[in-house]
Ligand binder design. Sequence first.
Ligand code: HEM
Length: 470
Amino acid sequence: MDHEEVSSTQAMVLRERRKSLMLRLWIATGICFMALPGTLLGFSNLMAIASHHGLSGLPAAWIQGHGHAQVFGWVGSFILGIGFYSQPAKGRSVVRLPLVCYLLWTAGVGLRWVASIYGWHWRALFPVSAGAELVAVLLFLLAASRHKRPEERAAAGEDGPQTKRQRSPMPVWMVAVLLGTAGLLAMVGFNFVECLHLAYVGASRAFPAGLDQRYLVMMAWGFMTPMVWGFSARWLPAFLAIPQPDMNLMSFALWMDVLGVLCGLAGWTLLATVILATGAVSIGFALHLFEIPHGEAKVVGIHPSFPAFVRVAFLWLSVASLLGIWAAAADQHGGIWGASRHALTVGFVATMIFTIGPRILPHFSGFYNIYSKRLMFYSLLALQTGCLLRVSSEPLAYEGIFSFAWKVLPVSGMLELSGVLLFALNLVLTVVLGRPSFAPTPGSSSVLPAQNQQGSLRGSPVAAERAQSC
Ligand code: HEM
């Protein structure tokens, strides 16, 4: 390999390394929001609800503060971090734009937490934090809009006239991710407008109940659900050895999702839940999740229970949607809505992140594997057991059907908290004690993948994974 090739490879590896470091920052921040204002606050809210036998004694701002920290602070930080990591970037844009976006986003989520929980200068902090989050998402979209698919570059003849060819249709997984991104933009826009409104004329620092219900539909089904569907359609065929998604059925599920969200926003709640349930049940079939795989699942470096937990997560999605129909028809005290929301946020979204995260996050962040397969399994087991107890006991307790269920709720919270902390610990141990896939090249301040220090990226887990996933 001549000198020019070596230095261009080194520059490429350096870029990859910077992107990995930036991703680590997003993930570390997401974990802090998940563990502290997210789960610990959720847990203490649950203890308060269980001891008062109802939601009425708890300030709505605390419940909403917990939801914001989980959805924006944890899920949002992970999505933005992975989104930036997946975008090809040149020169200083590798770090500068993601760093500005990161600072705005983190400051926005952090300020919202302080304002929601402590009420400190909330009239000023609500619009400032929501504005920072909105600008961060707009910057992310700006960066993403510069990135063209290889087919689009070829169609535009940017890779040379000989490569000019017909534009191919966008893969369905990408459509789902774009829908989720549109949901993210709508969610931060909605949040900004309502925070401004509260700051000027609001009597308290919480969204009114009816409006919050619509906002939750957008968060859950407009942002998180299509995003997870998209990444599942992209990664699961390779990871689980199942066929590529059924395009027509997945498009149908996405249409149902969009329609359901629109009906939810319009206030046609029962209709919305029926449509969303149709989409939620269809997606499992569209992804062929319950068919016999054509090969072995790829579980090298992760716990072999991985395929089972992925399938359980999609079962939770159906449970969440069916509980939604029950809630729309019969909920009196928030117990059925709470169970439905929890089945979706913890049973589906958090389980998918706890399952796929250990498979991809170490590689993307520059490590070979997750630190401990056993910790991965125990975190999922604790989360699942807690979620099962919570979802089954919440309607019984809140709706006054069976009072013993109040005693089960704290146990469910403790199990979920343990699951979350084990997941966080595993990622922290991966960064502190894990084997990095980048190592310094002899006689150079630059870095190359540890496995392959001769200047070629081929064979490095980072390169392999990126080639497979981005
Ligand atoms: C893991 C442990 C968790 C615990 C103990 C917990 C606890 C709670 C509690 C007690 C509530 C109040 C309403 C109700 O009783 O249902 C709530 C609401 C909520 N939770 Fe969680 N939660 C957890 C995880 C999550 C996760 C992972 C997410 C999102 C990814 C999430 C998102 C939400 C949202 C959006 C709300 C509604 C907020 C609102 O009304 O605006 N939670 N949670």
